[in-house]
Write a new protein. Structure first.
Length: 369
């Protein structure tokens, strides 16, 4: 099929009009696979939203530019493109390493299906790219959400089993204190009461807030700036905090207090990991055609906290969002599970990638326009 036929309007349509939502471009934008159309000179003539996200460039910026401006040269792909044009036989490359210039160091394993759109030997090609790295991320997210749901159910049951005996112990200690005449013995009952209260508060923190999410339209950057001022005031002099905000990020419907708590937890963890000196970067981006926990969203807000500290110990990596898991002697191990719970209640997810010298915690939130 010729490219102009692919994008031609239906028979009888006037003014190149398509029924609402049924134009080829809209249909291709709904795909999770990246679709790139190249002309005979390998210049980009079309990108769907998934391809724009993969290349880190919009169609307006990429139109008319060679693919090599955005992707590192890949001899195997170039050979296949020449062969497909010559034979007009489609071909699929498996586990091709795709290196996007906009994202250095972020090589992705992809399956790339190359199709000729014309009978000419120098005609246009369509590349359909399945990001296997993205599929692995989706599978990891699904496992993370299942893990979180199971953990939450266990903790709720455990809290119920512990809370009742704690209430009995506290009440018995109060009655005992009233019957004791000797002050030194009364102090022991006060210790029991204080510890019972501490454990009750700990259980409440593990369960997360019981209040419903109060969604209001908010500017995420204003919340981040509020958190920046708070953590800057309590950080060592050697800690630098930088921002890298995407001005195109729209307002989000979220609970202000809950998200500030999440941002504070992640920022303080990053500063603690760096010690007395380092750089914390707070970054925002808009992601197109992104999947969170098996649900695909047209637009997703990405909010990142990146530090150059010691990193998350490898042995904690799989369990970092479990309650009471911490690499810090002074930490409770409840900050990250609570942050994950609060983000989950907004339909989002927290992911992380860590190695010594670079740790990134990424908050993903659906954008409802």
């Amino acid at each position: 099929m010729r490219l102009e036929q692919l994008f031609a309007p239906p028979n009888g349509a006037e003014d190149n009009a398509w029924p609402a939502g049924r134009s080829p471009a809209r249909i291709l934008d709904s795909l999770s696979e990246a679709v790139i159309v190249l002309d005979g000179d390998d210049q980009i003539t079309f990108l769907n939203e998934a391809a724009a996200d993969l290349l880190g460039a919009s169609l307006n910026n990429a139109f008319g530019k060679p693919l090599s401006d955005f992707v590192e040269p890949e001899p195997q792909l170039n050979q296949v493109m020449v062969s497909v044009r010559a034979t007009r036989q489609s071909y699929t490359l498996r586990d091709l390493m795709f290196h996007v210039r906009e994202k250095p160091g972020d090589g992705r394993a992809v399956d790339c299906h190359v199709t000729a759109l014309d009978t000419d030997s120098d005609g246009p090609l369509m590349l359909e790219i399945q990001d296997n790295t993205r599929l692995e991320r989706i599978n990891r997210e699904n496992a993370l959400m299942v893990q979180h749901d199971v953990t939450r159910a266990i903790m709720r049951q455990l809290a119920h089993e512990i809370r009742n005996p704690l209430g009995g112990i506290r009440g018995a200690a109060q009655l005992l204190a009233r019957r004791m005449a000797e002050e030194s013995l009364v102090e022991y009952t006060r210790v029991i009461i204080r510890e019972a209260d501490r454990l009750t508060a700990l259980l409440a923190t593990m369960l997360g807030p019981g209040t419903p999410v109060r969604r209001e339209s908010r500017n995420v950057h204003e919340l981040l700036q509020h958190v920046l001022r708070l953590v800057a005031a309590e950080s060592p002099d050697g800690i630098a905090i930088r921002t890298d905000y995407d001005p195109s990020l729209p307002r989000l419907k979220l609970d202000r207090d809950m998200l500030i708590q999440v941002f504070l937890n992640l920022a303080r963890n990053a500063i603690q990991a760096m010690g007395t000196d380092g750089v914390l970067v707070m970054r925002t981006r808009v992601l197109n055609s992104f999947t969170i926990g098996g649900v695909r969203h047209r637009l997703v807000a990405s909010i990142e906290f990146e530090d150059d500290g010691r990193g998350v110990p490898a042995e904690l990596g799989e369990n970092i969002f479990f309650p009471l898991v911490t690499s810090s002697d002074s930490g409770s191990g409840l900050g990250l599970p609570l942050a994950q719970e609060l983000v989950n209640r907004h339909g989002g997810l927290i992911e992380f990638d860590s190695r010594p010298g670079r740790t990134v915690f990424q908050i993903l939130l659906p954008i409802d326009l």
